[in-house]
Design a protein around this ligand. Structure first.
Ligand SMILES: [Zn+2]
Length: 670
C-alpha cells in the first residue's frame, strides 16, 4: 500500500488528498519528510563549493518543501478536526519537530556558511528581497542559539523540546475542558432566549436536548440574554475555569514552567528577559514602547468601563438583586441597555446577518478592491462542513480558499487563518497558496439559515483579511511570503478588512433578512453602526490580557503566574465586574506556542494603523477607491515580509500613526 501523503498529490490544485489519508499515514510520512529535509540540509552543509546565496540560503529555503506540505496538511486538520489519534500524533510530532530545528540550528558547518555570507553581504550583489532573506535567515539562526556551544547549546535544545511539548499539552487540555462541559437547558431557560440562540442550543445538544457549551459563540450570547442570574453564573464560572479545573487537564503548572523556560532561553541568548528578546524584531522594538501603548489605552478604557458599571449596577438593583455587579452580569445588562438606549439587539440584527450572505459580502468587497473572483469548487476536504473556493483574477488562478466556519467539539476554540501551502516562486516556478479560514460560529438546525452576530460577521471579515494577505502575496521566497511579517503588523490587513463590513453600501447589498429577503432597514443599520457600544468593557478585557502577557515576560518569570496575574490586575485597578478576555490557564495565544507570547498587544498595535489605513480610503470619498486599493496591495498585501513593516506602511501611507487614532476609533478619545 502506498502512502497517499508520500505519493504525488493528484488532486485539484495540489490540495492534500484528505479523502485517502488515514490517521496511520501521518507518522510514516512525517518521518520520511523530516529525513528528506535532513538529507538536504546535510548536503548544503557538506557542499565543497564556497558558500553562495544559491547553494546555501536558497537551498535552505527549499530544503523542507516536503515538511511544509505534510505538516501543513496535518496541522490544518489537527486544529480544526481533532481526534484522539490526531492528538496523540501532535504529542509525538512536537518533540520530533523541535529536535529537527535544534539539529539544523546546531549544525556548525551550516551556520558558518550562513555567517560567512552575512559577513560578506556587501559584496554579494543581491537583489533587495534576497538580501532581506539572508538577513532574516542569519538572524533566525542567531536568535535560536546558533552561536551557543557545548552545554549551553544542549540546554537550548532541551528547552526548545520541552516548550513544544508544553505548548501542545496546553492546547489539548484546553480542548478537553471545553469539550467536557455542557449545561442542559430546561424548557423555561430555553424559552427565555432569542430564537437564534434557541436553535443553536438545540443543535449543540442534538438528541440530548438543548445545551450551552463553552464555545464562545454559544456561551457569550447566553451571558447576554439569559435573565437567569444563577445559570449565567454557572456558565461564566465554567467558561473562565477552563484549564484550571485540577487534575490532568490543569494548565497552571504548564504556564509556570513555560514562563520559566522562556526566561532561561532569553538569558542564554544574552537578553535580560524574554520580552526584550521577543520584541527586538517587532515594530514595537522593546517592552517600554508596548507598555506605553497599553497604558495610554488602559486609563480611558477603565474610566469608560467604570462609568458603564455604575449604570449596570442600577439596573441590577432595579431587577431586585443584591450585591455588587458581577462578571456574569455585565454582558446581560449591557445588552439590555443597548436594547433600551439604541433600540437594537443582536436578536433583531441576526436575521440580517446570514453566514452565506456575509461570505458573499467578503468576496464582493475583495472583488471591488482587488478584482478577485471566488467560485466554489469540489475538493477533498477533511470535514463535510469545510468548503473550498477557487480564487482567480482576470481569469488567472490566484489561490484556493477554504472556509470552515461552524463550531464543533473537535475544533479548537477561536478563529484563525492558516495555510496548507504559501505563495512563492522558488526555483522559478510560481506556487500559489492554499489558505484556510476556521471559525466557531454556531451551526443552525438542519434546513435553517446560519445567522451571525455582528461580532461573528466581523470575525469572518477579519480572518478573510488575513487570507487576502496570503492570496495576494507576490514574492520569490517562501519564508517572507504572505503573513510572514512582524507579529504586531500581521493584524493590520485583517483588522483593516473589518472596516468594509461597516460600509453602508456593503450592508445594503448583503444584510438581507433570512426569511423575508428584505434588506436591513436604514434606521437599524444606522443604529448598528453608531453603536460604538460597550467599548470600555471590550478594551478593558483585551488590554488587561495584553498587560498581563507583557509583564509575565518582563523580569524574572513568576513562580506562581496566577498570583502574579492577580497582583497585576490589582495594580492596574481592574474593574471587578470584568474578567480578562483570556486568563492565564486558557490563554492559548500565549501558551499554546510562543507566537503571541509577549505579543498579545499586537492587536492594539495594528489597530493604530488599521484606523489610519482605512482613513486613506475615506479621504478619497470612495471606500473602494481603486488607486488607494492598488497602493495597499502594492506596498502591503503583496509584499509579505520583504521589508521592515514600518517601511511598508509608510510607503502606503506616509507616517506611522499614533495611539490617538485607536482611541478615536473606539470612542475613547478625551
Ligand atoms: Zn487576526
Amino acid at each position: 500500500m502506498t502512502n497517499p501523503l508520500l505519493a504525488p498529490w493528484a488532486t485539484p490544485f495540489g490540495l492534500p488528498p484528505y479523502d485517502r489519508i488515514e490517521d496511520d499515514h501521518w507518522m510514516p510520512a512525517a518521518e520520511a519528510v523530516i529525513a528528506e529535509a535532513r538529507a538536504a540540509v546535510e548536503a548544503i552543509a557538506a557542499n565543497p563549493e564556497p558558500p553562495s546565496f544559491d547553494n546555501t540560503i536558497a537551498a535552505l529555503e527549499m530544503s523542507d518543501e516536503g515538511m511544509g506540505r505534510v505538516f501543513g496538511a496535518f496541522y490544518a486538520v489537527a486544529s480544526a478536526d481533532s481526534t484522539p489519534a490526531r492528538q496523540s500524533l501532535q504529542r509525538d510530532f512536537a518533540p520530533m519537530l523541535s529536535a529537527y530545528t535544534s539539529w539544523v540550528i546546531g549544525n556548525r558547518a551550516l551556520f558558518e556558511r550562513i555567517d560567512t555570507l552575512w559577513q560578506s553581504r556587501e559584496t554579494l550583489d543581491l537583489d533587495p528581497e534576497a538580501a532581506r532573506v539572508l538577513m532574516l535567515t542569519h538572524r533566525r539562526f542567531v536568535r535560536a542559539g546558533a552561536r551557543l556551544e557545548g552545554a549551553q547549546a544542549e540546554r537550548m535544545a532541551e528547552i526548545r523540546a520541552r516548550l513544544s511539548v508544553l505548548g501542545t499539552q496546553f492546547s489539548q487540555n484546553l480542548l478537553a475542558d471545553e469539550a467536557g462541559w455542557t449545561m442542559q437547558l430546561s424548557p423555561e431557560a430555553l424559552a427565555s432566549l432569542p430564537a437564534g440562540l434557541r436553535s443553536a442550543a438545540k443543535s449543540a445538544g442534538g438528541e440530548n436536548g438543548p445545551v450551552i457549551t463553552l464555545s464562545r459563540s454559544l456561551v457569550v450570547p447566553f451571558l447576554q440574554y439569559s435573565p437567569d442570574r444563577a445559570l449565567r453564573k454557572k456558565a461564566f464560572e465554567a467558561w473562565t475555569a477552563r484549564g484550571m479545573n485540577g487534575g490532568e487537564t490543569d494548565n497552571r503548572a504548564i504556564a509556570a514552567e513555560t514562563l520559566r523556560l522562556r526566561e532561561e532561553r532569553a538569558k542564554l541568548l544574552g537578553h535580560g528577559d524574554y520580552a526584550a528578546w521577543k520584541l527586538e524584531t517587532d515594530m514595537a522594538g522593546d517592552p517600554q514602547s508596548v507598555r506605553e501603548l497599553l497604558h495610554a489605552v488602559w486609563e480611558p478604557a477603565r474610566a469608560a468601563a467604570e462609568a458603564d458599571a455604575a449604570i449596570y449596577e442600577e439596573m441590577l438593583r432595579a431587577d431586585g438583586h443584591e450585591g455588587p455587579l458581577e462578571p456574569w452580569d455585565w454582558r446581560y445588562y449591557a445588552e439590555a441597555r443597548r436594547r433600551a438606549e439604541h433600540e437594537i439587539d443582536d436578536g433583531t440584527l441576526k436575521p440580517y446577518l446570514q453566514l452565506d450572505r456575509m461570505i458573499e459580502a467578503a468576496f464582493s468587497v475583495a472583488h471591488r478592491l482587488f478584482g478577485i473572483e471566488a467560485r466554489e469548487i469540489e475538493a477533498p476536504l477533511y470535514h463535510p462542513d469545510a468548503r473550498a473556493f477557487e480564487i482567480t483574477r482576470d481569469g488567472a488562478h490566484l489561490a484556493v480558499f477554504i472556509g470552515d466556519w461552524f463550531a464543533r467539539p473537535s475544533k479548537r476554540s477561536g478563529a484563525w487563518c492558516t495555510t496548507m501551502r504559501q505563495q512563492h516562486r522558488m526555483g522559478g516556478q510560481e506556487v500559489r497558496p492554499l489558505v484556510l479560514n476556521v471559525c466557531n460560529f454556531a451551526k443552525p438546525d438542519a434546513g435553517e439559515a446560519a445567522l451571525l452576530s455582528f461580532d461573528d460577521a466581523r470575525t469572518l471579515f477579519h480572518e478573510f483579511g488575513h487570507a487576502l494577505h496570503q492570496m495576494l502575496s507576490d514574492v520569490t521566497w517562501e519564508s517572507i511570503s504572505g503573513t510572514s511579517v512582524a507579529r504586531d503588523f500581521v493584524e493590520l490587513p485583517s483588522q483593516l478588512f473589518e472596516h468594509w463590513l461597516e460600509v453602508p453600501q456593503v450592508l445594503r447589498e448583503f444584510a438581507i433578512h433570512a426569511e423575508t429577503g428584505a434588506p436591513m432597514p436604514e434606521a437599524l443599520m444606522e443604529k448598528m453602526l453608531a453603536a460604538n457600544f460597550d467599548q470600555g468593557f471590550a478594551t478593558v478585557e483585551q488590554t488587561a490580557s495584553a498587560i498581563v502577557d507583557l509583564e509575565f515576560h518582563c523580569g524574572p518569570a513568576p513562580a506562581d503566574p496566577m498570583q502574579r496575574q492577580a497582583e497585576l490586575l490589582e495594580e492596574i485597578r481592574m474593574p471587578r465586574a470584568i474578567a480578562m478576555r483570556h486568563a492565564t490557564p486558557h490563554f492559548a495565544h500565549v501558551f499554546s506556542g510562543d507566537g503571541y507570547a509577549a505579543g498579545y498587544y499586537s492587536y492594539l498595535w495594528s489597530e493604530m494603523m488599521d484606523a489610519d489605513a482605512f482613513e486613506a480610503f475615506h479621504e478619497t470619498g470612495d471606500p473602494f477607491d481603486p488607486d488607494t486599493a492598488r497602493r495597499l496591495e502594492a506596498h502591503v498585501l503583496s509584499r509579505g515580509g520583504s521589508e521592515e513593516a514600518g517601511v511598508l506602511y509608510e510607503r502606503f501611507r506616509g507616517a506611522t500613526p499614533s495611539v490617538e487614532a485607536l482611541l478615536k476609533g473606539r470612542g475613547l478619545a478625551a
